[in-house]
Ligand binder design. Structure first.
Ligand code: ATP
Ligand code: MG
Length: 327
């Protein structure tokens, strides 16, 4: 019996190149994983008329964790239902600069913990009269507490400080509730935290990212601030992410299908491999996750590097180099 069942959904474009690279790394570490591959995205849409076959949803629901690649035009019809299938309430996006990689802010080591079920993305929009539209922002105490708990747990486990981003001076009721929930959780745990207005925080993150660690955010703020941080560390090819639910989770690189380089075998597999490291950690394979990160750091520093990082190595060269450094 395998210790864990991992659904593998490569999708389209470079998802088909970097996801197998991540599986190769997981395989080389040899935890007892059973991989179950499933289709999603434009290719299966063309073949069957459905970008997300029911079997894929069932495979993801039945797995302990999912490794996802990218989906093309059909992305919204694929990734949103898949995130829902794992019951994702926390979107975790580390943004970390690495030695050997050009970064605007080489001292950046941030982790965005974004509430992923409500806020302005709850989708409650209407046109109440011609030319007049409204949006209802939903913030519940339960979801705010849950993301706060997650953020403090993550920070504790990884040794980061916690900052909560908010705009409670303007959105007094909704962000007021979000902030109160974070304060209450901090209080109960006896944990320290800082509070930052999200607009000012955007500037401070750009200027002095080293002053921050875990940033707990409402949905929209997390979306915007984590992209800002991505710009500080030099390259979409490096950024992993996790969508975590209470008993399931999906891991994916932040980048998309990269149609401009798809099929050439030169996509940077690091974002997918670091997503696999997050998967390992989620399943409590902490040592293995650390080994993957150390191997990736070594390869980023010494090469080989793919063209997006100024090198001329292939996806396979970089993956082999990472595998060779696992020890
Ligand atoms: P999609 O609509 O699927 O998101 P996109 O055109 O927005 O496609 P992205 O995947 O978001 O493409 O990538 C944006 C740019 O970054 C592209 O030029 C792409 O080549 C580059 N890029 C993204 N990921 C990688 C990677 N893993 N390796 C190398 N380059 C990458
Ligand atoms: Mg894109």
């Amino acid at each position: 019996m395998a210790d864990a069942r991992i659904a593998v959904v490569p999708g389209d474009g470079i998802g088909r190149e970097v996801t197998p690279a991540a599986v190769r790394v997981l395989d080389a570490l040899a935890p007892d994983f059973a991989f179950v591959e499933a289709d999603a995205g434009d290719a299966v849409l063309e073949a069957t008329g459905d970008p997300l076959p029911e079997e894929t949803v069932e495979t993801v629901e039945g797995a302990d964790a999912t490794l996802f690649g990218a989906a093309g035009e059909s992305a919204a019809d694929v990734i949103l239902p898949l995130r829902a299938a794992v019951g994702s309430y926390a979107n975790v996006r580390p943004a970390r600069a690495y030695p050997g990689v050009d970064a605007l802010r080489p001292e950046t080591d941030l982790v965005f913990v974004r509430e992923n079920t409500e806020g302005v993305y709850a989708g409650i929009e209407s046109e109440i009269a011609p030319g007049v539209t409204t949006l209802t922002r939903v913030v519940t105490e339960a979801a705010s507490r849950r993301i706060a708990e997650f953020g403090f747990d993550y920070a504790e486990r990884h040794g980061y400080d916690v900052t909560v981003a908010h705009k409670a001076n303007v959105m007094r009721t909704t962000d007021g509730q979000f902030l109160d929930a974070v304060r209450a959780v901090a209080d109960e745990r006896g944990a320290d935290h800082e509070e930052a207005l999200m607009d000012a925080l955007a500037m401070h993150l750009a200027l002095s990212p080293e002053a921050y660690g875990v940033v707990v955010c409402p949905n929209l703020a997390g979306d915007v601030l984590s992209d800002l941080a991505a710009g500080l560390v030099g390259g979409l090819g490096l950024l992993p992410s996790a969508n975590v639910g209470s008993d399931n989770a999906l891991f994916e690189p932040v980048h998309g299908t990269a149609p401009d380089i798809a099929g050439e075998g030169v996509a940077n597999p690091v974002a997918a491999i670091l997503s696999a490291a997050m998967l390992l950690e989620h399943l409590d394979y902490d040592d293995e996750a650390t080994r993957v990160r150390a191997a990736v750091e070594g390869v980023l520093e010494d090469g080989p590097r793919t063209p997006d990082l100024g090198g001329d190595a292939t996806t396979e060269d970089v993956t082999t180099a990472v595998v060779d450094r696992l020890d």
